[in-house]
Design a protein around this ligand. Structure first.
Ligand code: PGA
Length: 261
């Protein structure tokens, strides 16, 4: 299975000129990068049209959020239908920055996942613990509780049928303490927590789904650690935040991934 590379631009860049420069870096490494990986870009919604215009079709387009209704009037929101119409396929749901700054609740996250599934959008659900655990091989009780609670709420009332060929859902394990801090989770600890997420999925949705649903790692992924995360058979890809919009770091990441060193 190809590994996923998801690039979350967050609130960057500040203008369209910078956006175009950034997209050039992505374009420059296509097709080398798209032949080896499934690559998705998540620019702010205001840049989606420009991104679509400037990128080859092999890049998947994603959005960083979605509203849960199509028809209700809600000033400022972007609906699933609007995103569909632009060819957006993936939606980040439950990112810790939204939980923190916009007070996004577990209930809203659940509604958003349902809205995605009902509108043929693929939710990319983010879950993770607030504080680093002490034992890298054995997630502590608090970590387990936080992650299981997030999963329980997020999937409340949701049924998933084993996908035919592809998949209609993804999870990113994102330790909150590692996001934007320049310090990532250890590989072994990530693997242990991802195993825990798979265990939860197997209890909730059955073995087949638990086995096939892609689970990625996110949190301070950069050119120095990306290969390590991607080398793990338990980790189906990475979500890259800050490095996505830093042209120098981005080029270093692509060089790492396209040369055999
Ligand atoms: P980061 O962000 O790579 O800057 O830590 C990850 C994310 O978007 O969650």
């Amino acid at each position: 299975m190809k590994k996923y590379l998801l690039f979350n631009f967050k609130t960057n860049p500040s203008n369209v000129i910078q956006l175009k420069q950034l997209l050039k870096v992505f374009q420059g490494y296509s097709p080398k990068i798209t032949e080896k990986f499934k690559v998705a870009l998540f620019p702010p919604d205001i840049y989606l049209t420009e991104a679509k215009k400037n990128l080859k079709a092999k890049f998947i387009l994603g959005a960083q959020d979605v509203f849960w209704f199509n028809k209700i009037q809600a000033t400022g929101e972007i609906t699933p239908l609007m995103l569909n119409s632009l060819g957006v396929q993936y939606i980040i749901i439950g990112h810790s920055e939204r939980r923190r700054y916009l007070e996004e609740t577990d209930e809203m996250i659940n509604w958003k996942i349902k809205a995605c599934l009902n509108n043929k959008l693929i939710p990319v659900l983010c879950v993770g613990e607030q504080e680093k655990g002490k034992n890298e091989l054995m997630p502590d009780f608090r970590t387990k509780q936080e992650i299981f609670e997030q999963l329980n709420y997020a999937f409340r009332g949701i049924k998933i049928n084993p996908p035919a060929g592809g998949t209609n859902l993804m999870i990113v394990y994102e330790p909150v303490w590692a996001i934007g801090k320049g310090v990532s989770q250890d590989l072994k600890a990530s693997q242990a927590i991802i195993a825990l997420i798979r265990f939860w999925l197997s209890r909730r949705f059955g073995e087949a789904i638990a086995k096939h649903l892609p689970i990625l790692y996110g949190g301070s992924v950069n050119h120095q650690n990306i290969k390590e995360f991607l080398s793990s058979k338990d980790i189906n890809g990475v979500l890259i935040g800050s490095a996505s919009t830093n042209k120098i770091e981005l080029s270093k990441i692509f060089k790492q991934l396209t040369t055999n060193n």
